[in-house]
Design a protein around this ligand. Structure first.
Ligand code: CMC
Length: 436
């Protein structure tokens, strides 16, 4: 962190002495005011529920400019990565700080590929779940369960353990997601086939059966690979902050990532792709494009509790750059699969157009986010709606683990322990039961 020449001064109207606070500059983006000594010097905390103005850490992984609608992984624009790189190159970039050259790429692909299989015993663990369990419930359990199977990579303070846990998580997530899916539909698990690429292997584990030969479809593989790249990291979002906070206690990486999976599940975060698709299907069933006006009216009515899912973002106050790329992929996939007249896609485009012109959305700078279109792509390639968020989790695993490793490697890191403004009852005495 580079100290700024400018200092902030905090003064109080009750005559308490003023305090000078250092300011640091990042490479780009807003400066931060360092309040670490505030409590010790003034006896006061800051108050920022939802972290609207709080940088919880310094990081050199991902940068978002929400006003411009810009997303950079390690300095590279997401558009260039989506065009020129595959997901494993992106993983290398996020984990180690730079894109691999050809030799490094070959080594990294080999390393990840060597870890695609999961301990055979995990099948029996999976069988304990109901077949109709939500895939995110299953995945939270399976990822947490990895810590029970890979004891040689659970010491978060050991850099070798962290490295091997990172590779295991990236390599095994597709296998676990596909196993959860196969279990839910009563089909046999398909073991990984290491001659295939990371993403082609995932499509095979998802869609192949032991009875027939399976040939991965290039368009589907490219689309999924792009979904993985676009979801790989997004700085200090809710699930990433959860992973950091959970990992800050010194717990093992599998447990910390399981906490991230659980957080991602919520409809305000990763669960939005499932919620957005369900919303489009509901509007379609209710009459399609003709019903958009009425639906938008409900969304604008604050008492309805209805939100336009796949719209809005805490950081982006402009078009989410990932949504632009996803929209493009949506066109490509639907055309290649002969689904260009897909009514849900048409509905989504119409809904987007109307919302972007509506004063409510314009005034609040609400634009489509990545999840507005990713559900349509996934549905077109045969992924069931309930599995959408698990696909997001698969892709985000590299971001979680890169952020976790960055935190543990930071000499200034401490256990995360927010404080509070207590507004409950003052101290009081317990009365015996008969007198209460
Ligand atoms: N539909 C209708 N109104 C909305 C929406 C929406 N999707 N999003 C925000 N608003 C309104 C909100 O009611 C508030 O209005 P007012 O100022 O009148 O009270 C205003 O816009 C500001 O919203 P906010 O709730 O203060 O914003 P936030 O930063 O706390 O929430 C969000 C961000 C993503 C949780 C929210 O926009 C949302 O719930 N969107 C729908 C769910 C969604 O698509 N989530 C996926 C996010 S991208 C994928 C990911 O990273 O996980």
């Amino acid at each position: 962190m580079t100290p700024s020449d400018v200092k902030a001064t905090l003064s109080f109207s009750d005559g308490s002495p003023a305090m000078e606070l250092p300011i640091y500059k990042g490479t780009v983006g807003p400066d931060v005011i360092d309040i670490r000594k505030l409590y010790a010097q003034t006896g006061k905390f800051t108050y920022d529920p939802g972290f609207l103005s709080t940088a919880s850490c310094n990081s050199s992984i991902t940068y978002i400019d929400g006003d411009k609608g810009e997303l950079l992984y390690r300095g590279y624009p997401i558009e260039q990565l989506a065009e020129n790189c595959d997901f494993l190159e992106t993983c290398h970039l996020l984990l180690y700080g730079d894109l691999p050259n050809a030799q490094q790429k070959a080594g990294f692909v080999k390393l990840v590929t060597n870890h695609t299989m999961v301990n055979e015993q995990m099948q029996f663990f999976l069988r304990g779940f109901r077949r109709d369990a939500h895939p995110m419930a299953v995945l939270t359990g399976l990822v947490g369960g990895l810590s029970a199977f890979y004891h040689d990579s659970t010491d978060i303070n050991n850099p070798q353990h962290r490295e091997i846990a990172a590779i295991r998580l990236i390599a095994k997530m597709p296998t676990l997601v596909a196993m959860a899916y196969k279990y839910s539909i009563g089909q046999p698990y398909i073991y990984p086939k290491n001659s295939l690429s990371y993403t082609a292997n995932f499509t095979r584990m998802m869609f192949a059966t032991p009875c027939e030969e399976y040939e991965p479809n290039d368009v589907v593989v490219r689309a999924l690979d792009r979904i993985f790249i676009l979801h790989a990291d997004h700085e200090q979002n809710a699930s990433t902050s959860t992973v950091r906070l959970c990992g800050s206690s010194g717990t093992n990486p599998f447990a910390a990532v399981a906490a991230g999976v659980a957080c991602l599940w919520g409809p305000a975060h990763g669960g939005a792709n499932e919620a957005a698709l369900n919303m489009l299907e509901d509007i379609q069933k209710a009459g399609g494009v003709e019903r958009i006006g009425e639906f938008i009216k409900q969304v604008k009515d604050k008492t309805s509790g209805i939100k336009l899912m796949g719209f809005g973002h805490r950081v982006y106050k402009n078009y989410d750059p990932r949504a632009k790329l996803m929209r493009e992929t949506c066109h490509e996939v639907l055309t290649a699969l002969g689904l260009e007249n897909d009514p849900l896609f048409k509905l989504a485009m119409e809904l987007e157009k109307i919302a972007l012109e509506d004063e409510y959305f314009v005034a609040r700078k609400l634009y489509p986010n990545v999840d507005f279109y990713s559900g349509i792509v996934q549905r077109a390639i045969g992924i069931p709606v309930s599995l959408f968020t698990a696909i997001f989790a698969l892709a985000r695993t590299v971001g979680w683990i890169a952020q976790l490793n960055e935190m543990i490697g930071d000499p200034e890191y401490k256990i995360g322990r927010p404080r509070q403004l207590y507004v409950g009852s003052g101290k009081r005495d317990v009365k015996p039961l008969a007198q209460r």
